[in-house]
Design a protein around this ligand. Structure first.
Ligand code: FPP
Length: 257
């Protein structure tokens, strides 16, 4: 069973610095096209942005950072781009894992990794094991991930593990404990770069009460100053979780609904 309360059941703790940040890193292709470079050059540049944002989140005391690196729908892209992203993915795991461990950052991967080749699956497992004891920040990469896939796999696992489960025994807490991010609280802040204003099948279940921040900045250009701007915006949000402003003013933030 998950130890993290669901935002629809209990009002979570609220802080100026988001505890969990989830990012859709959009705009790599356009960044490259604007420079008359192949789209894949935008992905390489995007990896540099990931490094800086991970480091800054660690410094600022964010506890969980989750990035959408490859969606279950991204297989529809041209095969050369998919192939490039796979190579970049493997190269970045190999190149970064020691640095993550040195900086006390634990790496987790969520998504259906079975569709990746065995070198990636093995490296993913090795990276998770090597950083498992790190406590500074949990950095999660969503790869071949989809929010609907996650809810379905949770439902299937839940049924498989609980033969004879009755409909009324299926609770939010029970289902949440089978989601692939059961180890993390729900995101406080969702950031999407690249100008589109949609969630694109990212953490559908967990985004119920997340603050949504959209920026036109293309992912490779998203730097520490942009992250601070998003956090400033976040710190000014009134997180009511269904309550009125008056209730919020008179009640503690951790009162039950
Ligand atoms: C979306 O931009 C980006 C991706 C599908 C890939 C993201 C990958 C990285 C940032 C590099 C690898 C990261 C890790 C964590 C290993 P897009 O191609 O849809 O851009 P566009 O909308 O301009 O076409």
């Amino acid at each position: 069973m998950t130890s993290h309360a669901s935002s629809t059941q209990t009002i979570p703790e609220v802080s100026a610095i988001p505890r969990h940040v989830a990012i859709v890193m959009d705009g790599n292709g356009r960044w490259a096209s604007k420079r008359l470079m192949p789209r894949v050059a935008g992905h390489s540049e995007g990896l540099g942005a990931v490094r800086k944002i991970v480091e800054e989140c660690r410094k600022l005391g964010v506890q969980y950072l989750t990035v959408f690196a490859f969606s279950s729908e991204n297989w529809r892209r041209p095969p050369e781009e998919v192939g490039f992203l796979m190579k970049l993915f493997l190269k970045s795991l190999k190149g970064e894992v020691s640095r993550l461990a040195e900086n006390d950052i634990s790496l987790r991967l969520i998504g259906d990794l079975s569709r990746f080749d065995s070198a990636i699956q093995e490296m993913a497992q090795f990276s998770e094991e090597k950083t498992a004891g790190c406590k500074g920040l949990t950095f999660t990469i969503a790869a071949n991930y989809g929010g609907r896939w996650d809810i379905l796999q949770a439902m299937r696992q839940c049924l498989a593990n609980n033969p004879g489960l009755q409909p009324e025994q299926v609770t939010e807490d029970l289902l949440t404990s089978y989601l692939s991010m059961a180890y993390a609280p729900e995101p406080d802040l969702f950031i999407r770069t690249g100008g589109e204003q949609r969630v694109s099948n990212f953490l559908l279940w967990q985004l119920a009460y997340t603050e949504l921040y959209f920026t036109d900045v293309l992912w490779p250009d998203f730097d520490v100053a942009h992250l601070h701007r998003a956090f400033d915006w976040f710190s000014q949000r009134e997180r009511r979780f269904g309550r009125t402003s008056a209730q919020l003013a008179s009640a503690g933030a951790d009162n039950p609904v």
